[in-house]
Design a protein around this ligand. Structure first.
Ligand code: OOG
Ligand code: MG
Length: 256
């Protein structure tokens, strides 16, 4: 792929920020980027992680709910990549010193039962999923004060930091289900219908971005449909998420 050398530099800057837990200033302060540039930088960032032995195991959407768009001041759906290093087990302790300023949000996860053939006729991601589960995502913007532009957050792999998935359930319509996230004494409630009206629409949106950006989706991949509510700060407490009828998932923030 041909791209200006500065893209490699910016990908390394973001990667260092994540590895060393050191926030950085907006890329937009130094360079004008368009959406395609930002996705190219994201891909270079993922290459760096893969070179360290990480494997891409899925994709995530961001800003699929009004609450998230309003919280972060962004109004278009974004896509990032999930790697095996980001995966936590249900109930796991999560070391908060791995992050800069972590937040947690309630999500719905889907699992792909087969490859999505973007160059063949099976292009509907929703037709390729075989399971659904409650999930939490830990986001950790590498930018100072969690403030960024649209292209900043795309380049920063959409703030992806970690995630945990509850027990997979056979695929079923999700539609409008109550969602509740607690972090210690903090609580936020909402509905899965906040995700584009129905989280299945996040799968359609994912297909569009993947086709535009040349991303692949493989059998077994996990897809996070985007937060149903605004995010809460992740503190040294139990974070517990329930999606009505789908189950629960939790992680525990710890400071070793
Ligand atoms: C970007 C990530 C947004 C979601 O679920 O909407 C996201 C951010 O808020 O830092 O993951
Ligand atoms: Mg999210």
């Amino acid at each position: 792929m041909n791209h200006p050398p500065i893209f490699e530099f910016l990908a390394r800057r973001l990667d260092n920020a994540q590895v060393h837990c050191a926030e950085i200033s907006s890329l937009a302060d130094d360079v004008d980027l368009d959406v395609n540039d930002a996705y190219t930088i994201q891909s270079l960032l993922i290459d760096l992680r893969e070179r360290r032995g990480e494997t891409v195991i899925g994709a995530k959407l961001g800003f699929t709910s009004e609450a998230k768009m309003a919280q972060m001041g962004v109004s278009e759906v974004i896509v990032g990549r999930l790697t095996d290093a980001m995966r936590l087990g249900d109930g796991d302790d999560v070391d908060l010193t791995r992050f800069i300023h972590p937040k947690i949000e309630p999500e719905v996860a889907y699992r792909l039962g087969r490859d999505v053939g973007f160059d063949s006729d099976i292009t509907d991601v929703a037709e390729c999923v075989d399971a659904v589960a409650p999930a939490v995502e830990i986001i950790d913007s590498r930018y100072r004060d969690f403030r960024f532009t649209f292209t900043d957050v795309v380049a920063d792999n959409t703030s992806a930091a970690a995630f945990a998935i509850g027990t997979w359930q056979p695929l079923q319509p999700v539609g409008n289900r109550a969602v509740r996230l607690t972090v210690g004494a903090d609580e936020i409630v909402g509905s899965t219908s906040a995700i584009l009206g129905d989280p299945v629409r996040a799968l359609h949106a994912l297909g569009r971005v993947c086709r535009q950006q040349g991303f692949t989706l493989r059998a077994g991949d996990v897809i996070l449909a985007g937060a149903a509510t605004a995010a809460l700060p992740l503190t040294a407490d139990i974070a517990h998420c329930e999606v009505a009828g789908l189950g629960t998932v939790s992680v525990k923030g710890v400071r070793p």
